[in-house]
Design a protein around this ligand. Structure first.
Ligand SMILES: CC(=O)N[C@H]1[C@@H](OP(=O)(O)OP(=O)(O)OC[C@H]2O[C@@H](n3ccc(=O)[nH]c3=O)[C@H](O)[C@@H]2O)O[C@H](CO)[C@@H](O)[C@@H]1O[C@H](C)C(=O)N[C@@H](C)C(=O)N[C@H](CCC(=O)O)C(=O)O
Ligand SMILES: Nc1ncnc2c1ncn2[C@@H]1O[C@H](COP(=O)(O)OP(=O)(O)OP(=O)(O)O)[C@@H](O)[C@H]1O
Ligand SMILES: N[C@H](CCC[C@H](N)C(=O)O)C(=O)O
Ligand SMILES: [Mg+2]
Length: 474
């Protein structure tokens, strides 16, 4: 039987590593991952039939049947990371990695960082919910954090083309499933932790445990949101170099004062002993936190001071508090808020502007956390003047049932209507707009599809707005 160091050496010398039996080719090393739906050990025979030369598994019964080609590893997900690292980075990882985790703000911080680091002269790559991008390359994303092998493949490709630093979103699913196993992160960022994904994580403590792995197992330095108990807990536990940020005066990097305008924010920050006033080209008070997170990373990399004004030309990511400019002069905003906290923050930020009525079109995703549905409605009803409840991505759930869960969160006096067809819902919202009113279309942001029963139908909130306005014009 081959030993673990021997198999690592084989991977270093170009022996392919796969975790999906459908992709096995002759000579590959197949790693059987115990998945959420199914145990990869079920596919060991298929992998062998396709010519796999080695099987890595923790299932001793299966390994007994495999014989000399079998290799026992107590944690196949970690084994996959080690093998992927050996295969894709045989001479070690040279790329600097920045990992961003948290319920909300990962994509935004990632985009802000890309902008800052480019200005500082780095060759930067980003990996996240909206896209994967590095100089000369851009691909649409299918996951926030890709599976382990896809991730390593991307990173290796980036390194080959001269990328020096990669900022990537690290979801709690990725941390639980060890998709980043074997990678070393120069800096980890924690943006916040609020209700989401309780379909996957047992409770908030379990969700936090997944998030905090980034700091316990992977990151050398930490940039931490210090205004919540979860951030404070990581701050206390983390033994490496760390920096906290937030609105509270106890943080290392903080907001001293700010003023929100319909298309920008003017703010003064205190960065340890230095104060700086900036005019930022986006809206949403919480985006001040996302800027601080990016500043914290800049500080650790030693490039913040010379490049701080980069934030004054930093556009928000697509579908995040995106103003839909239109000839009719209607106030329309598209945002990716799909959690109670995000909706609370977005609606509150909009109501802080000098506006009249706030109308919100939103729904909730199917096959995801059900507990958050009435809480999202509650957040909307606290700040909005009217809501139109519609479909998001129903996936395999009945839209009527999702909507039933949502409307349980509205108080009896709150005014809303239900319109299942998202296009008609948006159209109804647009028709309600008067002078200085705002229509917030929440939940799908940059997404260009609506997923119903396993089929992704083309649907972009932004394009739909333009289409309706054009139809109304004719
Ligand atoms: C719940 C979840 O995260 N599931 C992910 C997980 O699937 P799984 O554990 O169910 O895998 P499985 O289907 O049981 O298969 C187990 C193993 O058997 C292998 N297999 C499977 C079938 C076969 O014929 N042969 C075979 O060898 C699989 O390759 C796998 O290694 O591992 C798969 C392979 O890496 C992922 O594609 C899959 O993501 C699904 C599609 C997904 O929707 N994930 C979402 C929830 C997610 O991860 N989202 C986060 C963002 C969350 C946020 O908003 O923060 C993300 O990072 O994208
Ligand atoms: N720092 C923040 N605090 C609270 N809410 C935020 C923050 N940043 C962004 N949001 C809200 O969360 C939404 C999603 O933001 P973003 O895409 O940056 O987060 P994310 O963590 O990448 O989300 P996902 O996990 O879905 O990829 C935004 O559209 C906004 O409504
Ligand atoms: N990454 C998140 C995105 C949710 C976006 C929302 N549009 C939905 O479909 O619920 C998830 O997969 O839970
Ligand atoms: Mg994201």
């Amino acid at each position: 039987m081959v030993s673990w160091p021997e198999i690592i050496n084989l991977a270093k010398n170009g022996k392919r590593v796969v975790a999906d039996s459908r992709k096995v080719k002759k000579g590959d090393i197949f790693v059987a991952i115990p998945g959420v739906r199914i145990d990869g050990s079920v596919f060991v025979l298929e992998a062998l039939e396709k010519g796999a030369s080695y099987i890595v598994s923790k299932n001793k019964k299966v390994l007994k049947r495999v014989g000399s080609k079998g290799i026992y590893h107590p944690n196949p997900s970690l084994a996959l990371g080690e093998l992927a690292k050996a295969y894709y980075f045989p001479r070690g990882q040279k790329l600097k990695l920045i990992g961003i985790t948290g319920t909300n703000g990962k994509t935004t911080v990632c985009f802000f960082l890309e902008h800052l680091l480019k200005k500082a002269g780095f060759k930067v790559g980003i990996i996240g919910t909206v896209l994967v991008r590095w100089p000369g390359q851009e691909q649409k994303s299918f996951m926030t954090t890709p599976d382990c092998l896809t991730l390593y493949q991307l990173l290796a490709e980036m390194e080959k083309t001269g990328v020096e630093i990669v900022c990537m979103e690290v979801s709690s699913h990725a941390l639980s499933q060890a998709r980043i196993a074997g990678l070393e992160f120069e800096i980890g960022v924690f943006t916040n932790l609020t209700q989401d994904h309780l379909d996957y994580h047992k409770d908030m403590q379990d969700y936090f445990k997944a998030k905090s792995k980034l700091f316990q197992q992977y990151a050398k330095k930490a940039v931490l949101y210090g205004d919540c108990k979860w951030g404070k807990e990581i701050l206390t536990q983390f033994s490496g170099e760390k920096l906290s940020y937030g609105f509270h005066h106890s943080n290392d990097f903080k907001v001293l004062n700010y003023k929100l305008f319909p298309e920008k924010i003017k703010a003064t920050f205190q960065l340890r002993d230095k104060n700086i006033a900036l005019e930022l080209p986006f809206i949403g008070k919480y985006n001040l936190l996302n800027v601080l997170a990016a500043m914290g990373v800049g500080e650790f990399l030693g490039i913040l001071k010379e490049n701080i004004y980069a934030f004054e030309s930093c556009p928000p990511p697509p579908g995040r508090m995106e103003l839909v400019n239109n000839e009719q002069g209607l106030g329309v905003i598209i945002d990716y808020a799909h959690t109670p906290d995000a909706l609370e923050n977005v609606c509150k930020s909009l109501k802080e502007l000098p506006i009249n009525k706030l109308v919100v079109v939103f729904g909730c995703g199917g096959d995801r956390d059900k507990i958050k549905r009435p809480l999202m409605a509650k957040a909307v009803s606290r700040w909005a003047d009217f809501a139109i409840v519609t479909t998001d991505n129903p996936r395999f759930e009945a839209p009527e049932e999702i909507i039933k869960d949502i409307i349980k969160g509205f108080s009896s006096e709150f005014k809303y209507l239900v319109e299942m067809d998202r296009k008609i819902a948006i159209s109804k919202g647009l028709n309600m707009l008067g002078k200085q009113d705002i229509l917030l279309i929440a939940g799908k942001g940059h997404e260009d599809y609506q997923e119903i029963c396993g089929v992704k139908y083309p649907f972009s909130d932004k394009e739909v707005v333009f289409k309706i306005l054009e139809e109304n014009n004719n």
